[in-house]
Design a protein around this ligand. Structure first.
Ligand code: COA
Length: 303
C-alpha cells in the first residue's frame, strides 16, 4: 500500500496544473456538447472564497494534484473537489482513494459534503466515486430522423390558462428534487427554483427560444414539456417534463419526449440534453431507453 503525502503546490506548479486543467475541461466540454461549462468552471474558481491546490507525493516523488474550492452558493457554503489527478504511472495503487481522504479532511468544518462532477464513461472514476450518491446527472442524445408521435396523441402549445398552474407546480417539483437529493434545504431550494425559473422565462410563454407544450390524449391534457433552444450551439435542452399523476405509465412521457425532439429538430438542433435528479429512477429509465446517455454526474461525498 503506497503512502500518500501532500504539500501545497507552488506558484509555478499551480499555473502548470491550471493550464492542463483548462485543456482537459475544454476537451470534456466539447465531447459532451457543453462548451460553456469551461467558462462556468473558470468563473467558479474566480469567485471561490478559498481555493487550494496540493501536490500529491509518494515517497517524496510528485505523483499528481488535488484541487479544492470553498464557495458560497444559494446562501450556504459548499466545498467542491475541482480535480484529482494521479499521473498515469502511479495509478491503481490506492493513491486516488488516499487523496479523497485528504479532500475530506480539508472539507471538515467547512461543509457537510463535497460536490464533485464525474465522468460516467470513465471506469476509474466510476470505481473511485461509487459510494458517493449521484445528486443529478446530465444526459444527451444526438438526434437523427424526426420521430413520430404515437397514434392518438398530439402536442400543442401550452395555453395561457394552463401556464399559471403549470408554473406553480413546476417550481414546487423542481425545489422538491433538490431537497430529496440532499442538495439544498427546503428554503434554499424554493428560492433557487423561483429565481432560476423566473430568469429563464421572463416573458412566460412568449419568451424567445422556449417552447412549452401540452400533450393531449383522448382530448384531455395529460402531460407537459418545456424545451429551450440554443442552450449551447446546436443544442436544445429539456428543462421540465411532467405526466399528470393519474395518467402515468401509459406512454405519455415517451410521447412528450418525442414532442421535444421534434421541437429541437425544427429549430435546427443536433443534440437534445437534459438533467435528471439522482432519485428519479423512472425518468432515468425512460431517458436511457430513448437513447440518452449520461455525460456528467454530480456526486456528493459525505465528509
Ligand atoms: C481517477 C484517478 C484519480 C484514480 O486514481 P488511482 O490512484 O488510480 O485510484 P486508486 O488506485 O486509489 O483506485 C481507486 C479504486 O478505483 C479502481 N480503479 C482505478 N482505476 C480503475 C480503472 N481504470 N478501471 C476500473 N477500476 C479502477 C481501483 O481498483 C480502486 O478500487 P477499490 O478501492 O475497490 O480497490 C486516476 O485514474 C486519474 O488521475 N484519472 C485522470 C483524472 C481523473 O479522472 N480524475 C477524477 C475526476 S476529478
Amino acid at each position: 500500500m503506497s503512502e500518500l503525502t501532500t504539500r501545497l503546490a507552488d506558484g509555478h506548479e499551480t499555473e502548470a496544473w491550471r493550464e492542463q486543467w483548462l485543456d482537459r475541461l475544454t476537451a470534456q466540454a466539447a465531447r459532451t456538447r457543453r462548451p460553456s461549462r469551461t467558462e462556468q468552471a473558470v468563473r467558479r474558481r474566480e469567485r471561490a472564497e478559498d481555493a487550494v491546490v496540493w501536490r500529491l507525493l509518494e515517497s517524496g516523488t510528485p505523483v499528481g494534484y488535488l484541487s479544492m474550492l470553498q464557495l458560497a452558493e444559494d446562501g450556504t457554503t459548499i466545498v467542491v473537489l475541482e480535480e484529482l489527478r494521479i499521473d498515469e504511472p502511479y495509478r491503481r495503487r490506492g493513491l486516488g482513494r488516499a487523496a479523497i481522504e485528504v479532500a475530506r479532511e480539508w472539507a471538515r468544518g467547512r461543509a457537510p459534503r463535497i460536490s464533485v462532477s464525474t465522468d460516467p464513461t470513465d471506469p476509474a472514476q466510476l470505481a473511485l466515486f461509487r459510494d458517493a450518491p449521484i445528486g443529478s446527472q446530465n444526459m444527451h442524445k444526438d438526434l437523427g430522423e424526426r420521430p413520430s408521435m404515437p397514434a392518438g396523441i398530439i402536442a400543442r402549445r401550452m395555453s395561457a390558462e394552463e401556464f399559471g398552474p403549470w408554473w406553480h407546480e413546476q417550481i414546487i417539483g423542481y425545489a422538491e428534487s433538490f431537497v430529496l437529493n440532499g442538495l439544498l434545504t427546503e428554503e434554499q431550494a424554493r428560492e433557487r427554483a423561483e429565481k432560476q425559473s423566473g430568469e429563464l422565462l421572463p416573458s412566460g410563454l412568449d419568451t424567445p427560444l422556449h417552447d412549452i407544450y401540452t400533450i393531449v390524449a383522448e382530448d384531455k391534457p395529460v402531460a407537459s414539456i418545456w424545451v429551450c433552444h440554443e442552450v449551447e450551439p446546436n443544442t436544445s435542452f429539456v428543462f421540465d417534463v411532467v405526466v399528470d399523476e393519474g395518467h402515468r405509465g401509459k406512454g405519455y412521457g415517451r410521447a412528450a419526449m418525442v414532442a421535444a425532439e421534434q421541437s429541437a429538430l425544427a429549430h435546427g438542433s443536433q443534440t437534445l440534453g437534459l438533467n435528471v435528479f439522482g432519485h428519479n429512477d423512472v425518468a432515468l429509465g425512460l431517458y436511457t431507453s430513448l437513447g440518452y446517455r449520461p455525460t456528467s454526474q454530480l456526486r456528493t461525498i459525505t465528509v
